[in-house]
Design a binder for this molecule. Structure first.
Ligand SMILES: [Zn+2]
Length: 315
C-alpha cells in the first residue's frame, strides 16, 4: 500500500479477562478463528500471553460480523477459493460472490498492483489484509503487566459439564484455562481511511462493553474480556487542524487508483495540542476519542454501501 507514510493511529489497549479463558479443549471448535494463549518463559517464569495474530483474527471476525449486519455480502469469506475442486456452495444468496478477495484477479483491465488489490478488496481485507494485500491494521502480542500475571489451571468435573453437555467426558482432563491477569497490547493502523478509524473505534467500544470473547468455547460463554484504551494517538506527516484520513492526504491519482472513499463528517473534528516528534505530528486523543471521534461512526456504513461490487474471481 502506498509507498509513503501519511497518517497513523496508535492505540494501547489493556485486556482484563472476566471469565476463565479456555486454552486447550481437546475437541474441535466451531467458534471460528481460535484464540489460544501461548506460554513463554520470562525472567525464568512461565507466562501466558495472547499472540497478536490470534487477536487480529478475533477482531477481524468481529468486524466481519458488524459489516455483514450493516450490509449483507459486503465482506468476503477469506478462505473461500472459487478454484478449489471441493468448494462448498455459499448458502446465503447475498454472499454468492463473496469468495476471498485474495482469490480475485484484476477486473476492468486494471493492472495487477497493490493499488488494484486495495481497490478491489472488501472492507475486511482492506483493513486486515488478504493473500493479495497486507492490510493496514496490526496488533502486537498481549503480555501481562508485571505483577498482573494470570493464573493457569485445569478445569474438570462438574464445572465443565455445564457447557460440554456431558457428552465428552473423555476430554475433561484436557481442559486448561487461564484466569485473571491484565494484558497490554498495541494496535496500529497505518494510512487509515476515516471509515477504517471508525471501524477500529467500533471494535474498541465492543471490547469495552465486554462483547468480544477470546479463546475456545466462546459460544459456550467462556472467555469474555474487557478492553480499555490506555492511549489513543493520531499522527500525521504534516500538522493538521482537523481529523483527516488517507483520502484527504492522497493525491487525486492515488484516490482513483486505490478507490479511496470520499466522506466528510457533518462537522469537522478539531485537533489541538499537537506535539512534534521528528517528522511526525502527534495528537493525543486518549481522554476524548470516544466523544470527539463519534461523528466518524456513520462512515463505516457509508463505505459499505458505496464499495461494491468487488473484483472478479480468479477462475
Ligand atoms: Zn475480502
Amino acid at each position: 500500500m502506498l509507498r509513503k507514510w501519511l497518517c497513523q493511529a496508535d492505540v494501547t489497549v489493556r485486556l482484563h479477562p472476566i471469565d476463565p479463558i479456555l486454552i486447550k479443549s481437546g475437541y474441535a471448535t466451531l467458534d471460528g478463528p481460535d484464540m489460544v494463549p501461548v506460554s513463554t518463559l520470562r525472567d525464568g517464569k512461565k507466562t501466558y500471553f495472547f499472540p497478536g495474530s490470534s487477536l487480529k483474527g478475533v477482531l477481524r471476525s468481529h468486524f466481519e460480523r458488524i459489516a455483514r449486519t450493516l450490509r449483507p455480502g459486503s465482506v468476503c469469506l477469506p478462505y473461500y477459493d472459487p478454484k478449489r475442486e471441493d468448494k462448498f456452495e455459499i448458502p446465503v444468496p447475498e454472499e454468492q460472490e463473496s469468495y476471498g478477495c485474495g482469490f480475485r484477479k484484476p477486473s476492468d483491465g486494471r493492472k495487477d498492483s497493490s493499488a488494484t488489490a486495495y481497490h478491489e478488496s472488501c472492507a475486511a481485507c482492506r483493513l486486515f489484509g488478504s493473500l493479495r494485500f497486507a492490510g493496514r491494521f496490526s496488533i502486537g502480542d498481549a503480555y501481562p503487566l508485571p505483577g498482573q500475571e494470570p493464573k493457569a489451571g485445569q478445569r474438570n468435573g462438574v464445572g465443565i459439564d455445564r457447557f460440554t453437555g456431558g457428552t465428552v467426558h473423555g476430554v475433561l482432563f484436557d481442559l486448561m484455562v487461564v484466569e485473571g491477569g491484565v494484558f497490554e497490547t498495541a494496535i496500529r493502523v497505518i494510512n487509515f481511511e476515516l471509515w477504517q478509524l471508525a471501524a477500529v473505534n467500533f471494535l474498541l467500544h465492543d471490547l469495552r462493553d465486554e462483547i468480544i470473547a477470546l479463546g475456545s468455547g466462546r459460544s459456550r460463554g467462556l472467555g469474555r474480556v474487557k478492553g480499555e484504551v490506555e492511549r489513543y494517538v493520531l499522527s500525521y506527516i504534516r500538522p493538521q487542524t482537523h481529523v483527516v484520513g488517507l483520502t484527504e492526504l492522497a493525491t487525486e491519482q492515488e484516490q482513483q487508483h486505490y478507490r479511496l472513499h470520499q466522506w466528510q463528517p457533518p462537522q469537522p473534528i478539531s485537533l489541538t495540542n499537537g506535539q512534534t516528534r521528528g517528522l511526525r505530528h502527534e495528537y493525543d486523543l486518549t481522554t476524548n476519542w470516544m466523544d470527539s471521534l463519534r461523528p466518524l461512526d456513520a462512515s463505516v456504513e457509508a463505505f459499505l454501501q458505496w464499495h461494491l461490487p468487488l473484483g472478479a474471481p480468479n477462475r
